[in-house]
Design a protein around this ligand. Structure first.
Ligand code: NDP
Length: 476
């Protein structure tokens, strides 16, 4: 059966090849609504790209819980035997949409779980730490990763200037410059919730938690040279690999694990457990197996389902909550705000973002309200007309805080920026260290010597061999 084309109003189209003109040589007639609609739509085919994480790939999958962690959480999505549908979007941070995939960069690892208690979004990265720990520094940091305002070029000077003036970035910089800085594919890397979150059990006890997704495909990476030859032939290498693997039924899997810290342990920890530049050492806070994640379905329409996908750490369900990690707290605001700007006030009504449960808010109107709420007298709250009401069982137990409001020096709060980086450096074998030195030397090309020296002084504090290795690679 042939399907007849229509305009957006459903009016049948008789000719989609020839515009309406006065005589065969033109000019065109303004009443050619089909032409005008077509050109107008083309002008509006893009939404603003994400300021960070613009270039990404996505897929659907399932989270299966295989172990009992009910002593830590009452969240239904985390109970043994549960299977929850999910959407993932994995992205580079700095490149614009259309940038090459195989770049040395952190990868975003954003998950949306469509749970029976509303959406839970875990918006992490493929590294357990981040460059900074106070969100006041975030826009400046991102400016160094993007383009110079005059040259419109990426600036190695800006990156190393900022990093060398921000010692807390050393941990993430070392991971980024290590062999893991360019994953072979999105399937061959781990995902981390990165921030500290909390789990709350049915006795209203709170536990601090770190979320880990360990790849079952094995870690595999590319050297700079290998990545260069991939990019020369294929700018969409990650997208292609993920899409084609899923199309042919080779479904990637990750083991889902957590680390737990009690409130008392957090008070006694030798480091700040809410500091995003630190990990929780496995020996002290062992990994607990929870389940498995599998990706098993490609989206049907990239723009509708992945470009319009909107993840935000503000989306949590009963039994899962936040911590006092300052970076997390800022993201709770800024991610939802970014989506309201980027795709509109009602972005959570779009099919890919819509929870699989009833949504009952009193938020009114605004651009593109496309649900069809029933007319009701209950359009404000409190009301006498049986409108949705609060339920006190969902009030969280008190959130532990201490101290007076002040602009505390966030670097002094946990001023050991080095020992965990030393632990990582000591894990690397000779070849990994050599790659680290060479990757840094390559990334420092053209950077003024005083900035290089400032950064070398930071490497020196991690390990003498680290500074010496980079110096040698730089021929200094
Ligand atoms: P462990 O030896 O128990 O764990 C080391 C971890 O480091 C493993 O998770 C391993 O991941 C990971 N790793 C190995 N090489 C690299 C690399 N080049 N880049 C990033 N991660 C790597 O030691 P600790 O828990 O005491 O941690 C020691 C250091 O390891 C930390 O300071 C941190 O830099 C790094 N790390 C720690 C993590 C944690 O949550 N504790 C998580 C990731 C890194 P895999 O098993 O996949 O090989």
């Amino acid at each position: 059966m042939k399907i007849t084309m229509t305009t957006t109003a459903g009016n049948k189209i008789g000719d989609n090849q020839n515009s309406l003109s006065a005589g065969s040589r033109g000019p065109l007639l303004m009443q050619d609504y089909q032409l005008i609609e077509k050109l107008a739509h083309q002008n509006r085919e893009r939404v603003p790209e994400r300021v960070v994480h613009a270039n990404g790939s996505g897929a659907y999958g399932t989270l299966k819980i295989t172990n009992d962690i009910s002593q830590y959480t009452k969240a239904k999505v985390l109970q043994k035997g549960e299977e929850t549908p999910l959407l993932i979007r994995i992205s580079t941070v700095a490149g614009e949409r259309g940038a090459a995939d195989a770049e040395r960069d952190v990868r975003g690892f954003a998950l949306k779980f469509y749970t029976t208690e509303g959406n839970w979004d875990l918006v992490g990265n493929n590294t357990p730490v981040f460059f900074i720990k106070d969100p006041l520094k975030f826009p400046d940091f991102i400016h160094t990763q993007k383009r110079h305002p005059k040259s419109n070029l990426r600036s190695a000077t800006a990156m190393w200037d900022f990093w060398s003036l921000s010692p807390e970035s050393l941990h993430q910089v070392t991971i980024l410059m290590s062999d893991r800085g360019i994953p072979k594919s999105l399937r061959n890397m781990n995902g981390y919730g990165s921030h500290t979150y909390s789990l709350i059990n049915d006795k209203d006890e709170r536990f601090w938690v770190k979320f880990h997704f360990k790849t079952k495909q094995g870690i595999a990476c590319m050297t700079n040279k290998e990545a260069e030859s991939v990019i020369a032939k294929d700018r969409e290498s990650s997208q292609r690999d993920l899409f084609e693997s899923i199309e042919k039924g080779d479904f990637p899997k990750w083991s889902f694990e957590i680390q737990i810290m009690t409130e008392q342990e957090a008070k006694e920890a030798s480091f700040n457990p809410f500091d995003l530049t630190k990990v929780w050492p496995h020996s002290k806070y062992p990994m607990i197996k929870v389940g498995e994640m599998e990706l098993n379905r490609n989206p049907e329409h990239y723009f509708a389902e992945i470009e319009q996908a909107a993840f935000s750490p503000s989306n949590v369900v009963p039994g899962i909550s936040w911590s006092s990690d300052k970076m997390l707290q800022a993201r709770i605001f800024s991610y939802a705000d970014a989506h309201r700007y980027r795709i509109g006030t009602h972005y959570e009504m779009l099919p890919v973002n819509r929870p699989r449960v009833e949504v009952n808010t009193y938020h009114a109107d605004g651009s593109m309200r496309f649900d069809e709420p029933k007319g009701t007298d209950a359009f404000y709250e409190p009301n006498n007309f049986n409108g949705p009401i609060e339920d006190k069982q969902y009030v969280e137990p008190p959130f532990p805080v201490n101290g007076d409001g002040y602009r505390y020096n966030h670097l002094e709060d946990s001023d050991d920026h080095y020992s965990q980086v030393t632990a990582l450096f000591n894990l690397m074998d000779a070849s990994q260290k050599e790659q680290l030195f060479n990757n840094i030397a390559e990334a420092m090309q053209g950077v003024p010597v005083e900035i290089i020296n400032r950064q070398l002084a930071l490497f020196e504090k991690v390990h003498e061999d680290y500074a010496q290795g980079v110096k040698k690679a730089l021929n200094l």
